[in-house]
Design a protein around this ligand. Structure first.
Ligand code: BGC
Length: 250
């Protein structure tokens, strides 16, 4: 079975039909640059372009980097504030000719894919997936079920919003060594562990490709800490999985 997945991010809007049996893209993905400022109008036009590239007319799953309730954005930490209160589901559906659309948080989508097809396969305890990118996204699972919109990137750590200190962007912006940054990530994981006692942390985001540079430097965490397996396309796959669940009334 195929469903379309589209991942809305700060730099690009990427999508493709997803083969849900394999948990992988059915065709090479198409990407357009996210317009700046990244207003709802401009971004939804980008989504239309990506969907139309494949001539897709069926159901669509879409991710968004903020809290999503009932298809509507409730926060917008790293995107234009005009998203708050926007009915993203309705806007996309209208723009693509009325297809059914499911919208969920970007980290939740990546986590869902990772639990099903990646490093979280078969894990039934508390698992937390974290995407370290421009911000920090989180997805919390227990018994394989997602608790949506967990937003653990905004925990306060030493008086700061944690994502401002431990995201991948913070490492780049402050030109931190891997050691220095890993120390911050360790502090962050210890804090999350104290609150949730997970059995497993899965670390995703682009930087997880370089996991060998920082994961070995992280000490003193009781839970297993492993890199994500799905990398780039986890958000697209997870968005399509969420759309299928909605189709099936799950
Ligand atoms: C947002 C989250 C998002 C994460 C990763 C955070 O700033 O609040 O909703 O999942 O960034 O994009």
């Amino acid at each position: 079975m195929q469903i379309f997945g589209v991942d809305i991010g700060g730099s690009g809007i990427k999508g493709a039909p997803v083969d849900l049996d394999r948990g992988d893209l059915a065709q090479d993905r198409h990407k357009v640059l996210t317009p700046h400022p990244a207003t709802p109008e401009g971004v939804v036009e980008g989504v239309r372009e990506v969907v139309e590239h494949f001539g897709w007319t069926g159901p669509i799953g879409a991710t968004f980097p903020g809290v999503i309730m009932d298809g509507t954005a409730r926060t917008a930490a790293n995107v234009d504030k005009s998203w708050i209160g926007t009915d993203i589901r309705g806007l996309i559906s209208e723009r693509v000719g009325g297809a059914r659309v499911t919208v969920l948080n970007d980290a939740d989508a990546a986590g869902v894919a990772e639990m099903h097809f990646g490093a979280g396969r078969g894990r039934t305890g508390t698992v937390i997936t974290l995407t370290l990118g421009t911000g920090i996204g989180s997805a919390v699972f227990t018994g394989g079920h997602l608790v949506p919109n967990s937003e653990l990137g905004h925990l306060e750590l030493h008086g700061h919003d944690a994502e401002k200190k431990a995201s991948s962007k913070a490492r780049e912006d402050e030109d931190l060594t891997w050691e220095h940054w890993a120390h911050r990530v360790q502090k962050y994981l210890a804090h999350v562990e104290m609150l949730f006692s997970p059995e497993l942390f899965i670390i995703g985001g682009g930087v997880s490709r370089k996991a060998h540079k920082f994961l070995p430097l992280i000490k003193g965490i009781e839970a297993e800490v492993v890199p994500a397996e799905l990398q780039n396309n986890a958000g697209i796959v997870g968005a399509a999985m969420a759309a299928r669940a909605a189709e099936q009334g799950a």
